[in-house]
Write a protein that binds this ligand. Structure first.
Ligand code: CTP
Length: 415
C-alpha cells in the first residue's frame, strides 16, 4: 500500500500571523509532492504574505472573499471544504480558533470549515500568553471535541521576543499528522510496541560491544504504524535518528534495559515488533576504570544476554501478534523458520545482511516474510515502503483472526 500526498486535495487555510511565511514553504512542499493544494487566506493573513506568493507556490488561484462573485458561481464557501480530502489551518490565530470553536461563518475560511466533513488539522501560532489564556484553551478543547486535530505549538523564542509556547509546529511533525489523516486507518485501536536500533554493552567507561544497526527499519515501522492509526511506543537503542512525531519513545542502552522496557510494555501491546539488533552477549565484567593498554587482557569473557523475543513468545497473550526480525548471511528461509518456531512468533521478517541494498545502514531493504503457513519474498524498496508491506500483512492477520472461532479472546486483548 502506498501512502502519500500525490493526488490528494488539501485545503490550506492561512490566517493572520507572522508564521504565515513558513506555511508558504509547506504549500510548496505539498505541491511538489503532487498534492492538489487550494489556499484560503483570511483578510489579516494577506497583510503578512501576499496572495500572489501562495498562488505561485500552489499553482492555483488563492481564495479570499466570501462574496467573491466568480467564486460564488462555484459555491466556493461550500465546495472548498466539501471537495477536499483534508483541511489544514496554519498558522491558526487565537481569533480563528475562537471563530471555529463557536461555529461562526463570517468569512470564507470559517464557512468552508463548517461545510467540511474531512479531517481538519489545526496548527496554532501565537504569543504564549494568548495561547495559555483560558479562553483560547477552552476554544481548543471545543475544537478537539468536534474531532479536529489541534497540534501543540512549539516552545522557544517568538516573534514578540518572548520565550514560551506558541511557535508554529515544525513541518516534520505536521506532515506526519497530514499523512495519518490521509492514510486508511487499518491499525486503528492497535497498541504497537516497536523495538529498534542496536544495544551497547560496556567493557569500560570508554568502550562497548555493539553492532551496525542504524534503527532505520524500526523507526520506519513505528512511523508507518502511527500513520495507519495505531498508538505506538518505541523502545530504542542508541541511534542518530529523530523520534518520529506522535510516538512515545523510551531510550535504552543495554540488552537488559531493553528487556525491562519491552516486557514492561508487553501487557499493553496488541502487537510487538522486535526489529532491534540485540547484542547476544555482554562482557561478563564491566570495568569501572578505563582499561589501560599495558594491563589489558587479550581476551574478554562474555556473558549471555536474555533473549527478549523468546521471553515475549513464552508469555504471549491470546490475540497478541508477535513479529520478529532476523538478519542472516545464509539460509534465510531455514533460519527464519527455525526462529519463528523456536520463539513462538506469528511473523518473521528475514533480511540478508550481505548485500549493500539490504544491510544495516541501507535506506532500502528486501524482506522474506514468513508466517506459519508460508513465505513471501517482498520486493526491494525503501525501508518505509517495506514497513508498510509488513503492516499490510499484519493487518490482514489481525482481521482474519478476529473472524476465527475464539474471536472474543482475541478482541479481549484489544480492550
Ligand atoms: N532478539 C532478542 N533478544 C536477543 C537476541 C535477539 O529479542 N538477545 C530478537 C531480535 O530482536 C530479533 C530476533 O530475536 O527480532 C532474531 O534475532 P537474531 O539475532 O537474528 O537471532 P538469535 O536468536 O540471536 O540467533 P543468531 O544470532 O544465532 O542468529
Amino acid at each position: 500500500m502506498r501512502t502519500g500526498f500525490a493526488g490528494k486535495k488539501v485545503l490550506v487555510g492561512v490566517t493572520g500571523s507572522i508564521a504565515a511565511f513558513k506555511v508558504a514553504g509547506w504549500v510548496s512542499t505539498l505541491a511538489k509532492a503532487e498534492a492538489q493544494v487550494s489556499v484560503v487566506m483570511t483578510e489579516s493573513a494577506c497583510r503578512f504574505v501576499t496572495p500572489l506568493t501562495f498562488a505561485a507556490l500552489s499553482g492555483n488561484q488563492v481564495h479570499r472573499e466570501l462574496f467573491d462573485p466568480g467564486g460564488e458561481e462555484r459555491m466556493d464557501h461550500i465546495a472548498l471544504g466539501r471537495d477536499a480530502d483534508l483541511v489544514l489551518i496554519a498558522p491558526a490565530t487565537a481569533a480563528t480558533i475562537a471563530r471555529l470553536a463557536n461555529g461562526l461563518a463570517d468569512d470564507l475560511l470559517s464557512t468552508a470549515v463548517l461545510a467540511a466533513r474531512v479531517p481538519i488539522i489545526i496548527c496554532p501560532a501565537m504569543n504564549s500568553r494568548m495561547y495559555l489564556h483560558p479562553a483560547t484553551q477552552e476554544n481548543i478543547g471545543r475544537l478537539k471535541k468536534f474531532g479536529y486535530q489541534v497540534l501543540t505549538p512549539g516552545e522557544g523564542m517568538m516573534a514578540c521576543r518572548e520565550e514560551g509556547t506558541g511557535r508554529l509546529p515544525e513541518w516534520e511533525e505536521v506532515s506526519e499528522y497530514l499523512l495519518r489523516a490521509l492514510t486508511p486507518q487499518d491499525l486503528l485501536g492497535e497498541r504497537v510496541v516497536v523495538t529498534a536500533g542496536p544495544t551497547r554493552e560496556a567493557l569500560d567507561p570508554a568502550r562497548f560491544l555493539s553492532n551496525r544497526s542504524s534503527g532505520k527499519m524500526g523507526y520506519a515501522l513505528a512511523r508507518t504504524a502511527f500513520r495507519r492509526g495505531a498508538q505506538v511506543q518505541l523502545v530504542s537503542g542508541p541511534v542518530s535518528l529523530p523520534v518520529p512525531p506522535g510516538i512515545d519513545c523510551k531510550f535504552v542502552t543495554t540488552a537488559r534495559e531493553m528487556r525491562e522496557a519491552t516486557l514492561g510494555r508487553s501487557d499493553w501491546a496488541t502487537i510487538i515488533v522486535k526489529s532491534a539488533a540485540v547484542s547476544d552477549f555482554r562482557p561478563a565484567f564491566e570495568q569501572a576504570e578505563k582499561v589501560k593498554k599495558e594491563t589489558a587482557p587479550r581476551s574478554v569473557e562474555l556473558a549471555e544476554n536474555p533473549d527478549i523475543l523468546a521471553e515475549l513468545g513464552k508469555s504471549k497473550k491470546k490475540g497478541q501478534l508477535l513479529v520478529g526480525f532476523a538478519a542472516e548471511s545464509a539460509n534465510l528461509e531455514g533460519e527464519g523458520r527455525r526462529k519463528l518456531e523456536k520463539k513462538n512468533l506469528d511473523l518473521i521478517a528475514v533480511n540478508s545482511i550481505t548485500s549493500e541494498t539490504t544491510g544495516f545502514a541501507a535506506d532500502t531493504n528486501q524482506i522474506l516474510l514468513l508466517d506459519r503457513h508460508g513465505a513471501e519474498q517482498l520486493p526491494l524498496a525503501d525501508k518505509e515502503q517495506v514497513a508498510d508491506m509488513i503492516w499490510d500483512r499484519a493487518a490482514v492477520m489481525i482481521k482474519s483472526r478476529s473472524e476465527e472461532p475464539g474471536k472474543q479472546e482475541i478482541q479481549a486483548c484489544r480492550q
